[in-house]
Design a protein around this ligand. Structure first.
Ligand SMILES: Nc1ncnc2c1ncn2[C@@H]1O[C@H](COP(=O)(O)OP(=O)(O)OP(=O)(O)O)[C@@H](O)[C@H]1O
Ligand SMILES: [Mg+2]
Length: 396
């Protein structure tokens, strides 16, 4: 097999040749678009899950669905890098409006809405200034209160979309990066457009604590959105994710070889892509056999240890690395923070709580509920037990 034909897509946000196990999410989203387009009400979608389960590529697929249905979309936008979330929303809004203007004949309506975007962005502190060739519209979305202004901005977008019999889709990635005040404003705004039955929807993704963060920001967030967990693929789906990209190019897998890879990858999409890529490069001929799997196994594991796990582990300070190792030593997740502190060697929890907070901040762990922690990266505990056992720290 030629390396240059390798169909596998290990990485971040790289569209796989076959998106396995997401049919239901895609169908449900198509129907959401249809319902909102015809003036009905449906809840926006929040997807959450561990690193590498396929959140970003799913959002990319929803982007396509919405575009095909005639909606304007923001493209998938990662939030949290700007000092004020309003800058990101202003950019997204401007993008939606330009797309509507390109697709539909509503220039004047768009012009006014861009004026609102301008007013909105002017009051957002420290953001990137948008180059908008319009006059700011006074008195709409420019109070300086983030909640009120975002509500008015989204209404403006929704009304503009409705006037073109189209819709507007916000696609937000890494949404757990937003602080509570920003999340609260987002909830308010999407509640307002849904109350007015405007064709505006949100498809967002983030780490598993996104749902809890939203609910903490606005208690009604549990009913405002539909939440979907993205996790490991079930065996038949994982098998297809592995086998299909090759079979589309005439290369098959022996059944026992495919089963072995599914087991090694534990059904995680990113791991399946890594194995697929190395198997394609290593195998001499079709079908790919268990001997081939045996041959690449160590290579893939080393690669994952170096890149996927190793780089994350290096993000942690010495004390934090010890905290990670302490978590892994405790067996099945989630881990009680009191026990982690003990395994770490602390006299009390207060001593380790800054490390815990910092690891959460760095996105390496999350808190399923008060007093508990878990890893954000699949199979991180296994990696730590093998490469950085807690015993190893005691020797230092
Ligand atoms: N349903 C799927 N079927 C097959 N491959 C997939 C699927 N979903 C994702 N992948 C592959 O898995 C990898 C990770 O996908 P993606 O970057 O979307 O994950 P993510 O959840 O956004 O991760 P992160 O939290 O790190 O941003 C990519 O290599 C992608 O090609
Ligand atoms: Mg992602």
């Amino acid at each position: 097999m030629q390396r240059r034909d390798n169909p596998y897509t290990p990485g971040a946000g790289r569209k796989p040749p076959y998106l396995a196990g997401r049919d239901r999410d895609l169908e449900e989203f198509s129907s959401l678009i249809e319902i909102l387009s015809s003036g009905g009400a449906d809840r926006s979608r929040i997807f959450y899950g561990l690193r590498g389960v396929g959140k970003t590529v799913l959002l990319m697929e929803l982007d396509l669905l919405a575009s095909e249905a005639g909606w304007a979309t923001t493209d998938v936008q990662e939030v949290g890098s700007q000092p004020d979330f309003r800058s990101t929303f202003a950019q997204m809004a401007a993008r939606l409006l330009r797309e509507m203007s390109r697709r539909y004949r509503i220039r004047d309506r768009v012009e006014r809405a861009l004026g609102v975007v301008k007013a909105f962005s002017v009051v957002a502190p420290g953001g990137v200034q948008l180059k908008l060739d319009v006059e700011a519209v006074a008195g709409v979305a420019d109070s300086g209160d983030p909640e009120q202004d975002l509500v008015e901005l989204l209404r403006e977008i929704g009304q503009t979309a409705a006037s073109a019999q189209s819709g507007a889709l916000f696609l937000i990635d890494e949404m757990h990066n937003l602080d509570a005040a920003s999340l609260a404003a987002v909830c308010m705004a999407f509640q307002a457009v849904s109350r007015d039955a405007l064709p505006v929807a949100l498809a967002a993704a983030g780490l598993p604590d996104l749902q809890v963060r939203l609910m903490r920001a606005k208690p009604y967030a549990d009913r405002l959105f539909e939440y979907r967990e993205l996790g490991r693929l079930r065996d038949p789906e994982a098998r297809v994710a592995l086998v299909k990209p090759a079979s589309l190019l005439g290369v098959e897998f022996a059944a026992d070889a495919a089963a072995e890879v599914v087991r090694l990858a534990a059904g995680y999409p990113y791991f399946l892509q890594e194995y697929g890529r190395e198997l394609w490069n290593a195998a001499e001929s079709s079908p790919i056999t268990t001997a081939d799997v045996e041959e690449v196994r160590d290579l893939v594991q080393e690669q994952l240890a170096r890149t996927f796990y190793g780089t994350r582990f290096e993000m942690a300070s010495d004390a934090e690395q010890r905290y990670l190792a302490a978590m892994a030593s405790l067996g099945d997740p989630p881990y009680a923070t009191a026990e982690v502190a003990r395994a770490w060697g602390a006299e009390n929890q207060r001593q380790t709580s800054p490390h815990r907070d910092s690891l959460i901040q760095k996105g390496l762990i999350w808190s399923p509920r008060r007093g508990q922690v878990d890893f954000t990266v699949p199979l991180f505990a296994e990696f730590l037990l093998e490469h950085h056992p807690i015993g190893g720290f005691d020797d230092e």
